[in-house]
Structures are given as structure tokens and as C-alpha cells.
Write a protein that binds this ligand. Structure first.
Ligand SMILES: C[S@@+](CC[C@H](N)C(=O)[O-])C[C@H]1O[C@@H](n2cnc3c(N)ncnc32)[C@H](O)[C@@H]1O
Length: 205
């Protein structure tokens, strides 16, 4: 067998995607203000997934300062699509709007200050891709609402599924024939936490 790269944790921690000065500033602010952001690896993964799937209607649950929204909005703009991102903290929602404007992406994303579960229960809109990053115990409650909100073949990306509070979501997802899914546990430099699980799922029925 070909030898593996020695000390892969340090090696891959140095091999990060290139990003803008705004994203780097938000990473520093997140560290100082203890805002749990997805970081550059999952951010770039979100951009790639949105771009590969050519999703035009993207829903994000849990905006915080808009760090992950910037990656999704950039991909969405390329197909003239739009992100709706839900954040219940008004100060964070305001901050996210300013950050999107600074990136020139205000037309590609709308920040809505609302509770995600209430909003999901009421909406009649449908989406091609949903990214969920709210309280982990709420993921399982959101699951039937996400099924209704995603188009058949739509992609669901769930962050932080390595948290104990995501256990019921992980089990429900794995057992539900209406979804086809995989959960990955990986080193995610810059992500909070640094090792965590991500679930990717397609609505099959
Ligand atoms: C982990 S942070 C989101 C980080 C962001 N996705 C990023 O990577 O840049 C979770 C955010 O979701 C918000 N949140 C948690 N539960 C929510 C809910 N039920 N509805 C709306 N926002 C919620 C929190 O206020 C927090 O800002």
C-alpha cells in the first residue's frame, strides 16, 4: 500500500480553500465572539454542493453572521437563484444583512428574522437545497417539515450531526425510506467543532 501522508491532521489543516478578506474577517470575529460557524472547509463544500446541484432555491436554517450564507449565495447567484436564510436573533440577522451587502450578494440572499420551525410549518414555498444548522435537538422536529419543503430529488445538508442532540435525527434519517442519506465524520478545520459529522440526504419520495 502507498504510505499515507504523515500527520494528516496538521497537513489537511494547512490545505484550506482560498477565501475573501471578508470571510477571513468573519472567521476571526466568530472565534472572538464564539459564534459557531461552519468554517472554510464546510463553507466551500456548501458552495460546491449548491453549484453541482445547480440549486436555484436554497433555504438555510441558522444564519448567525451570514458566513455560510455567503458561500450558498455565491453559488446561487451563478444560476440567478436566491437563498432564504432564517435566523431568530435580530442582532445576528442585522449583522448578516450587512455582511451580504459588503460582499455584494444582497440580491442573492434574503435574511429572514424568524423561528425556523414556525416558518417551515407555515411556508408554501419549495426549495432545491436546504442547509440546516440550528439547535441540534430541533433537527428531528424539522425533518417532516423539510420533507414537505424540499422538492423530490432535493438535497438536504445537516451540520453538526456528531452532537449527541442530533442522535434522534440521525436515527430517524437512517430509518426513513423517503430519504437516501449518508453521514460523514471528518476533520473539519475552522469548523465548530473541529471534528464533526455532516449528513447529506436526497429526498427520494
Ligand atoms: C451554528 S449557528 C449558524 C452558523 C452559520 N450557519 C454559519 O456557519 O455561518 C446557529 C444559528 O442558528 C440560530 N438558531 C438556532 N435555533 C434557531 C431557530 N429555531 N430558528 C432560527 N434560528 C435559530 C442561532 O441563533 C445561531 O445564530
Amino acid at each position: 500500500m502507498n504510505p499515507m501522508i504523515p500527520d494528516p491532521e496538521s497537513y489537511f489543516s494547512r490545505l484550506l480553500p482560498r477565501r475573501s478578506t471578508l470571510l477571513e474577517r468573519l472567521e476571526k470575529e466568530a472565534a472572538l465572539e464564539e459564534i459557531p460557524i461552519v468554517g472554510p472547509v464546510v463553507g466551500e463544500l456548501l458552495y460546491l454542493l449548491a453549484r453541482i446541484s445547480r440549486a436555484r432555491r436554497i433555504l438555510e436554517l441558522g444564519t448567525a453572521s451570514g458566513y455560510s450564507t455567503l458561500f450558498l449565495a455565491e453559488a446561487c447567484r451563478e444560476v440567478l437563484g436566491r437563498v432564504v436564510s432564517l435566523e431568530y436573533d435580530p442582532d445576528l440577522a442585522r449583522k448578516a444583512k450587512l455582511n451580504l451587502a459588503e460582499a455584494g450578494l444582497e440580491d442573492a440572499a434574503e435574511i429572514v428574522c424568524a423561528d425556523a420551525l414556525t416558518w417551515l410549518a407555515q411556508t408554501t414555498d419549495d426549495f432545491d437545497l436546504v442547509f440546516i444548522d440550528i439547535e441540534k435537538e430541533d433537527y428531528v422536529k424539522a425533518l417532516p417539515l423539510l420533507h414537505k419543503t424540499l422538492v423530490p430529488g432535493g438535497l438536504l445538508v445537516a451540520d453538526n450531526v456528531g452532537f449527541l442532540d442530533a442522535d434522534s435525527f440521525n436515527r430517524a434519517m437512517a430509518a426513513d425510506p423517503a430519504w437516501r442519506s449518508v453521514s460523514l465524520y471528518a476533520l473539519l478545520p475552522g469548523h465548530s467543532p473541529r471534528f464533526d459529522g455532516l449528513c447529506l440526504a436526497v429526498r427520494t419520495a
